[in-house]
Design a protein around this ligand. Structure first.
Ligand SMILES: NC(=O)c1ccc[n+]([C@@H]2O[C@H](COP(=O)([O-])OP(=O)(O)OC[C@H]3O[C@@H](n4cnc5c(N)ncnc54)[C@H](OP(=O)(O)O)[C@@H]3O)[C@@H](O)[C@H]2O)c1
Length: 274
């Protein structure tokens, strides 16, 4: 599996397990199962309310901490200089870890709140509580505002990305600034059934003896986008990890590119009321 080198030299596995909407015990069993299969990258967030279970699974897996890549996120109501510092320490206590590998600012809020939270995140990074810092749900203008005051550039921007929302321009912009694009909802989240029924994906799946989900994930993986498929089903956790034993050719990639509809499933970051 590919590892990406972030702008501070840290290596990040290109595939991680998502845990959004995984209830506590499901998050525990899914994380443990994923680690058993070979995943070394887990994505959680304070708002998912499963950091303790993810942490327990990490401990029970007995995998050395330095082999793992753990991400958590700063929730919106914790934004602000002091509250950001407290929030990461609370997440670390729940995860029972001394540091995370990536701490993400979950959603952009006001210019001032983002600036103050980011300053706290930079200090948390300098103090060793996280190996890298990044953002999530940031569009071009949110990034440009952040660049005005940031001392440390974000390493990652985690945004909704899938076959119907391909984000080519945002990825180009991010890469130009040394920021990796990370895809959340890579299987279209609660619209996964539509993705599985897509005729183009179905025919490419047949051609490569894979599933439509594996084709959709492989397309993002090939584009050097970090992916976070979520599943609590052991067979799917395994399938989502087995995308490195086949190749999409140029015609396949061009066909998949045509599925882009710029269709967003999650809210626009400027319109959220949470
Ligand atoms: N930063 C943000 O604001 C943000 C927002 C959303 C998500 N995320 C992160 O990104 C991760 C992924 O996004 P997501 O959870 O919304 O959606 P997703 O990974 O696109 O889709 C998850 C859905 O697909 C199903 N599924 C998974 N693998 C499958 C397969 N091989 N075949 C058929 N169905 C499959 C899952 O079912 P089962 O679980 O029942 O198997 C679940 O219903 C999240 O878990 C979270 O870590 C971040």
């Amino acid at each position: 599996m590919k590892m990406h080198r972030l702008n501070n030299g840290l290596l990040m596995p290109a595939i991680g397990l998502g845990t959004f909407r995984s209830q506590k015990e499901d998050a525990y069993t899914a994380t443990l199962e994923a680690l058993k299969i070979g995943y070394r990258h887990i994505d959680t967030a304070a708002i998912y309310r499963n950091e303790a279970e993810v942490g327990r699974a990490i401990k029970d897996s007995k995998i050395p901490r330095e082999e793992l890549f753990i991400t958590t996120k700063l929730w919106n109501t914790d934004q602000g200089y002091l509250s950001t510092k407290k929030a990461l320490k609370r997440s670390l206590a729940l995860l029972d870890l001394d540091y995370v590998d990536l701490y993400l600012l979950h959603w952009p809020k006001s210019y001032e709140r983002t600036r103050d939270s980011w300053q706290a995140m930079e200090e948390l990074y300098e103090d060793g509580f996280t190996k890298a810092i990044g953002v999530s749900n940031f569009n071009f203008h949110h990034l440009e505002h952040l660049f005005d005051t940031a001392v440390i550039m974000p390493a990652v921007n985690q945004v909704e990305t899938h076959i119907e929302l391909q984000n080519h321009k945002l990825q180009e912009f991010c890469m130009m600034h040394g920021i990796y694009l990370e895809a959340y909802a890579p299987l279209m989240s609660h619209h996964v059934k539509e993705l599985l029924a897509n005729e183009t994906l179905k025919s490419l799946a047949e051609k490569h003896h894979k599933t439509p989900a594996q084709i959709a994930l492989k397309y993002l993986y090939e584009r050097d986008i970090i992916i976070l498929p979520k599943s609590i089903t052991p067979s799917r956790i395994k399938d989502n990890f087995e995308i490195t034993d086949f190749e999409l050719d140029d015609v396949d990639l061009e066909t998949l590119r045509k599925l882009n509809k710029a269709r967003k499933i999650f809210p626009e970051p400027d319109n959220i009321d949470y």
